[in-house]
Design a protein around this ligand. Structure first.
Ligand code: GP9
Ligand code: MN
Length: 405
């Protein structure tokens, strides 16, 4: 209730939020967000048989902000957890998906913030059924104007595989609706083809399969490569339609694609040992923010998927001082703030905690758990406060930034 709401408010307001010269560089631009299914960061700038897995993304990164140390923080809600973090700035739940468990809560959603800030309208494009992950209901709650889901697309045997319409057809068929949206808009695209078990017809195989001992990984390389081609096609069309210049593009992997069960293939591909620390590092997802005309820069700071939201708001010039959110702008994120995982793991600047062991990251050596304890305390507090907000539906009691408090 209100007492809990005050506790959460004061916890989050302790933190200082800094401005940089990048604040507002994308002010007023349309926002195109692309959630790349199951895309891990190890594919970026990696080659198989001498061929880049993601040639388009690798090129784009040259002219983009590339956040090269960002971790997947999703839990059982998978794609929906990724969406939830970015749309609300809260952590996913310890079990299940918030989309399914708490679709009627009050949230300070990204669509609502952008609407309030500058009249943005928000839309989602995705080839699966509108009811999957209870998206339709949650999107209505978040304030999306419309969800262009499966029934919006011409889905045939020919143009679909696995979960549904293939990414190239998906982007091509989305264009007509994209160009008709009132500006400014937030348009979220969620890809589908690079989903386990990573199936692809031969005609769509644009790279030779990898040759590790794990077929899932060998196929993954090809579905990621196909998705990369779909992104390239999308950018071609966006340029043809004259939408490119006035848009900020936020592109990220939603979560891991290769689970522990198949990870030996990744270790083999990358020539690394199977260690708990390597497994933890493989939870990195690519995060790329492209602002046309802006010089490229790689930002190596540690961060989590949840931080994408504040980073975008920073570039759009939306003040977040009075927002209650666990998202921290990646340009200024404090180095000693751990990246928090739902399974009890955490990553800090010099230490990482996984499988109940504290590691020194530089030496990769096990060290006394004391070295991790203050970070673990922060991690527990973060998750507890976030869970309290969700389970108590505390935004009902917290004045929104736009309102008088
Ligand atoms: C389904 C797609 C995949 O619509 O988003 O879901 P996932 O299994 O990754 O949560
Ligand atoms: Mn997913």
């Amino acid at each position: 209730d209100e007492v809990d709401a005050n506790t959460v408010s004061s916890y989050l307001k302790k933190e200082e939020r800094k401005q940089t010269e990048l604040f507002g560089i994308a002010e007023g631009k349309n926002v195109i967000m692309i959630s790349m299914e199951s895309t891990q960061n190890f594919v970026v700038n990696e080659k198989v048989n001498g061929e880049e897995i993601t040639p388009f993304l690798n090129d784009l990164i040259q002219d983009s902000f590339y956040f090269s140390n960002i971790y997947d923080q999703t839990a059982q809600g998978k794609t929906s957890d990724a969406e939830f973090m970015i749309d609300t700035g809260l952590y996913p739940l310890p079990s299940g998906s918030v989309f399914v468990r708490r679709p009627k809560n009050e949230f300070e959603s990204l669509p609502n913030i952008l609407q309030e800030y500058s009249g943005y309208k928000a839309y989602t494009f995705h080839g699966n059924d509108a009811g999957f992950w209870n998206r339709k209901q949650m999107y209505d709650n978040f304030g999306y104007e419309h969800f262009f889901a499966k029934e919006n697309y011409d889905v045939t045997e020919e143009n679909s595989i696995n979960y549904g319409i293939k990414d190239i057809a998906f982007f091509e068929q989305s264009m007509e609706d994209l160009i008709s949206l009132p500006e400014p808009y937030l348009a979220k695209f969620i890809t589908l083809t690079n989903h386990f078990p990573f199936l692809l017809e031969e005609e769509d195989q644009l790279i030779e399969l990898a040759e590790t001992g794990v077929d899932v990984v060998n196929r993954y390389v090809a579905t990621v490569r196909y998705q990369d081609r779909a992104l390239e096609r999308f950018f071609e069309m966006v340029k043809e339609e004259g939408l490119y210049e006035n848009t900020i593009f936020v592109i990220f992997g939603d979560h891991y694609g290769i689970s522990k069960k198949y990870e030996a293939g990744v270790h083999e591909l990358l020539g690394q040992d199977n260690t708990p620390l390597n497994h933890l590092e493989l939870q990195q997802i690519p995060v790329v923010i492209h602002v046309p005309g802006q010089q490229g820069e790689t930002i190596e700071a540690n961060g989590g998927e949840i931080d994408i939201r504040a980073t975008l708001l920073h570039l759009l010039g939306v003040p977040t001082e009075n927002r209650l959110s666990f998202s921290r702008d990646l340009f200024t994120r404090a180095a000693d703030m751990p990246v928090v995982f739902r399974n009890g793991d955490m990553i800090a600047e010099s230490y990482a905690f996984t499988n109940n062991v504290c590691y020194e990251r530089d030496s990769k050596k096990k060290v006394s758990n004391k070295n991790c304890s203050s970070y673990l305390k922060t991690a527990r507090e973060e998750l507890e406060q976030s869970d309290n907000i969700i389970f108590g539906d505390l935004f009902r009691f917290i004045p929104h930034a736009g309102e008088e408090s």
